[in-house]
Design a protein around this ligand. Structure first.
Ligand code: FAD
Length: 479
């Protein structure tokens, strides 16, 4: 019997190592057609933003190069609907089978379930795998058979299960793959790179290829023992920075988990520190899978009636890093320049937006979506809903971060602030998080005129805090 030609539909698993769908296709022994379908319209308002598109371009170029070395060509298709593109790809390649690694975001689940059913009914062999998470969300449920809403029991439950181990890479060279002869769309025709070159700092900050991820994974092993003590200091490079590689599947969570655990001397520190964060990633996927509306609406329904005071001018100042709170502005500028922001600072900037400034969390989520290279629907949704107090296991709304105290605690010398807000470089550490407290002469010797070189605070902390608490009280009273 002849061996089937199998299409491997790459979606967000841009690696050939620990890739269950790829491995499956290799094991069948037949020809393989590697396929990528670009159908952003299907993602609606959650179609990738500019920074993610930049990463996607490089990830696809890298995958294409790796496939090329094995004798395959990555077949790229632009389409309004993935199903149409798949049908055409099947016809062009005369493939008999298709496989992919599942994405668990609500829109993907809906679409892929329909595609799988239709293709199976048409007589194709369709196989799907979990390559993007440590645990399939369908297989995790609490004792009461309901989804988890609190992290610690979720983590304990998962930690007691068998954690997915990376599969051995299977790389079979193709002598004469049909993919070589297929004509698809070129990578450039997807127009993923910016027209205006705003990506210079991103290019310097990242190597968006599998090799770049492998290097950071090795560094994560050395960071793991000190992770808990240093992870909240944004001036330090103490976290893995693997989030975009995990999002795009250039490094799998199973590789991350196994590699750190195998090589880190202090396994207990690794478990309680850096590896625990991978379970937050699993938790967010679990939440969005079971509560699919929460990318747009609060998990706690009553928050639909929260009295936000929508003001586009305020949102704009926040986006541009012009709030007058140095730690917030540093974070927003780091985000704009590099497509990434330190986790502690993400919490601080998000809190200022939804509490002091009373802007809906969805505004922040959308800006992050457009500017983060690691923009990830489950993680972003959980991060914003956590801040707004409307999500699972969330920080209560009445707990208002003080951006000055947060700055002094986590960036005491102002090293991070000075890196991203250079106009404050001569401000003494004592005032770096509250330059408005300086005497006029001190401001003068630091070369700052407030309101001209650097903004006055957009709102005083006291007023912002009170405003947030009043809004919360009126919201509670209306329930
Ligand atoms: P490390 O500290 O090295 O952690 C290792 C991995 O664990 C990360 O790469 C990430 O995949 C996962 N992880 C770490 N912290 C979290 C967390 N709090 N929640 C879920 N997973 C976590 N993360 C994204 O990947 N994409 C987003 O779009 C995103 N949006 C966020 C929005 C807000 C408002 C907040 C507060 C957090 C958001 N996060 C998001 C979570 C977190 O900030 C990033 O995952 C982390 O900063 C990535 O840096 P790292 O790779 O160095 O993390």
């Amino acid at each position: 019997m002849s061996k089937p030609t199998t299409i491997v539909w790459f979606r967000r698993d841009f690696r050939l190592q620990d890739n269950p769908a790829w491995n499956h296709a290799v094991e069948t022994g037949g020809d393989i057609i590697p396929l990528y379908i670009h159908s952003p319209k299907e993602d609606g308002k959650w179609a990738r933003g500019g920074a993610s598109n930049w990463w996607l371009h490089h990830a696809l170029a890298d995958l294409s190069e790796q496939l090329d070395k094995l004798g395959y060509s990555l077949f790229i298709h632009k389409a309004d609907k993935a199903h149409e593109a798949l049908t055409k790809a099947i016809k062009d390649s005369q493939a008999e089978a298709i496989c992919w690694n599942r994405c668990y975001e609500p829109a993907s689940v809906d679409r892929d379930t329909k595609i799988k059913k239709a293709l199976s009914e048409d007589g194709f062999t369709v196989e799907t795998f979990n390559g993007n998470l440590l645990f399939d969300p369908l297989k995790i449920a609490s004792k009461s058979d309901t989804p988890y809403k609190v992290f610690t029991p979720f983590w304990k439950h998962c930690a007691a299960m068998d954690i997915k181990q990376p599969e051995t890479a299977k790389a079979r060279k193709a002598k004469d793959s049909r993919s070589r002869k297929l004509k698809g769309d070129s990578l450039d025709s997807l127009a993923l790179l910016p027209d205006i070159p705003w990506d210079k700092e991103m290019q310097a900050f990242w190597d968006p290829k599998r090799k770049g991820g492998e290097k950071l994974l090795q560094e994560a092993i050395t960071k793991a023992p000190g992770y808990q003590d240093h992870r909240d200091i944004p001036a330090e490079d103490a976290t893995s920075r693997l989030s975009p590689y995990l999002h795009f599947g250039q490094i799998s969570p199973a590789e991350f988990h196994a590699e750190v655990l195998r090589n880190c001397q202090d396994k207990d520190a690794a478990h309680k520190g850096i590896l625990r964060q991978l379970f937050w990633r699993e938790f967010s996927a679990h939440l969005l899978f079971h509560f699919p509306h929460t990318s747009d609406q609060p998990l706690r329904e009553e928050y639909n009636n929260f009295p936000w005071k929508i003001d586009p001018a305020i949102v704009r100042k926040w986006q541009k890093g012009q709030t007058g709170y140095p730690i917030v502005d540093a974070g927003m500028r780091q985000l704009w320049a590099t497509g990434w922001m330190h986790n502690r600072v993400r919490m601080i900037v998000a809190s200022l937006l939804v509490k002091h400034l009373l802007q809906p969390w969805q505004e922040g989520a959308h800006w992050f979506w457009d500017t983060l290279v690691d923009a990830d629907l489950p993680n972003n949704t959980m991060g914003w809903q956590w801040t707004a107090g409307s999500g699972a296991d969330a920080s209560p709304y009445f707990r208002v971060f003080n951006p000055i105290i947060q700055g002094k605690k986590f960036d005491p010398e102002g090293e991070y602030v000075k890196r991203w807000v250079p106009e404050l470089k001569n401000v003494p550490a004592e005032y770096i998080h509250c330059p408005w407290e300086m005497e006029p002469l001190e401001l003068q010797s630091a070369g700052i005129t407030l309101g001209k070189d650097y903004p006055e605070p957009i709102i005083s902390h006291e007023k912002g805090r009170q405003q947030a608490l009043d809004a919360y009280q009126s919201f509670k009273d209306s329930q």
